[in-house]
Write a protein that binds this ligand. Structure first.
Ligand SMILES: [Zn+2]
Ligand SMILES: [Zn+2]
Length: 381
């Protein structure tokens, strides 16, 4: 499950940077409403040819996107064979040790596979219809962002504005592809081709976007992969030492032990770096994207990391309130994915950590002032 064998937060983030950088909310200032007349001059045959090429390219892209997942699954299958059949059954002779190895391995392996499949297969929660701006509502006259902002101002802003807590121009929030005004912490993923609520990043190793809907599963994937690789490393190490000391000649079994040890070490280093990076992000209620660009909040009284409402509450937002379910990849996250509690700035600078409950502004109660469009237009046009 390693993104890369990197030991720093920066390098870990860079391991997935290709996917992160591309989808992340890339400035869309240069985008324009698709020209529906661009194919008017093309003949029907040419249109069909272009469509076929586009489908082939999409198919190739989808296949390429799935390759890291196939690699992870093949590695997991081989690791199962190498540890269960070769190490536990063929190499280990002590029955008690065999049973202990098999129970511990199967427990960690099952939880890892369960978490991985939940992350891989989970479908992102849709952005509520409240944020939708149908293309028919967008005026086609005017230039730049003016036509978008004007349209929203007239038709939709009053409905979505109360949810907004971050200071971003309304026009910049508009997604041309999904035809929505993106809520706070929502970003468009160019690989998934849709907007994702509280998007963390697109992870090629789990073949899915990581965000509001599956962040708990993703954290559990890293946690169990970390434990599993540690277990495999220390369980195979004694037999690797025996091999290098030439104490026992096991033939092909030694090859499997060496390969399994190398897989456990290589994946273990990458997973360990990612796991501790996401622990640090989780307790600060920060996504990977937000760690590179901190969102600016509208209310001046809010702390710099306004979504950070204390380590305990941040953890509960993702893992839920029932401790018995924290270790299992079942959905227990709290919230709706577009309206988040924020925290006042009092004592923030002094303590630099969790805020008290009286500073916490819970999601349903906050109603920021309407956005000043005049000021924003100067920035976005
Ligand atoms: Zn979108
Ligand atoms: Zn994605």
């Amino acid at each position: 499950m390693g993104d890369a064998a990197s030991s720093s937060r920066a390098s870990s983030a860079a391991a997935e940077s290709a996917a992160v950088a591309m989808p992340a909310d890339a400035p869309e200032h240069n985008q324009s409403i698709p020209n529906t007349h661009s194919h008017a001059a093309a003949g029907p045959g040419q249109e069909e040819e272009e469509e076929a090429c586009s489908q082939t390219a999409d198919c190739l892209q989808a296949t390429a996107n799935r390759m890291p997942v196939v690699f992870i699954m093949l590695t997991a299958i081989y690791s199962y064979y190498a540890f269960v059949v070769v190490v536990s059954i063929q190499v280990v002779s002590n029955v008690g040790q065999q049973v202990g190895y098999l129970i511990a391995f199967h427990l960690l392996y099952a939880l890892f596979v369960w978490s991985y499949l939940r992350t891989f297969l989970s479908k992102p929660a849709p952005v509520p219809a409240t944020f939708a701006v149908p293309s028919t509502a967008i005026t086609v006259s005017g230039t730049g962002w003016r036509r978008i902002v004007d349209s929203m101002e007239r038709h939709h802003v009053e409905r979505v504005d109360p949810f907004f807590k971050t200071l971003r121009p309304i026009g910049e929030r508009y997604c041309f592809k999904c035809e929505i005004v993106r809520p706070d912490r929502c970003h468009h993923c160019s690989l998934c081709q849709r907007c994702m609520l509280k998007m963390d990043h697109h992870c090629p190793w789990v073949g899915n976007c990581v965000g509001f809907s599956n962040y708990k599963y993703f954290c559990l994937v890293l946690f169990y992969a970390h434990l599993l690789t540690l277990f495999l490393t220390f369980a195979t190490l004694p037999y690797l030492i025996q091999f290098f000391n030439s104490e026992i000649d096991r033939g092909s079994e030694n090859i499997n032990i060496i390969v399994l040890f190398m897989i456990a070490c290589a994946f273990g280093l990458g997973v360990m770096a990612l796991f501790y990076m996401h622990v640090a992000l989780l307790v600060r209620n920060m996504t990977t994207l937000e760690s590179t660009r901190i969102p600016r909040l509208k209310m001046a009284t809010l702390r710099k990391h306004g979504f950070d409402v204390g380590a305990k509450q941040n953890f509960i937002q993702v893992f839920g309130t029932n401790p018995w379910l924290w270790a299992f990849p079942v959905y227990t996250s709290i919230g709706n994915g577009f309206d988040f509690p924020v925290c006042a700035a009092a004592n923030d600078e002094e303590t630099g950590s969790a805020s008290s409950d009286q500073n916490l502004i819970r999601a349903p109660t906050i109603r920021p002032q309407p956005i000043s469009f005049g000021a924003q237009m100067k920035r976005v046009i």
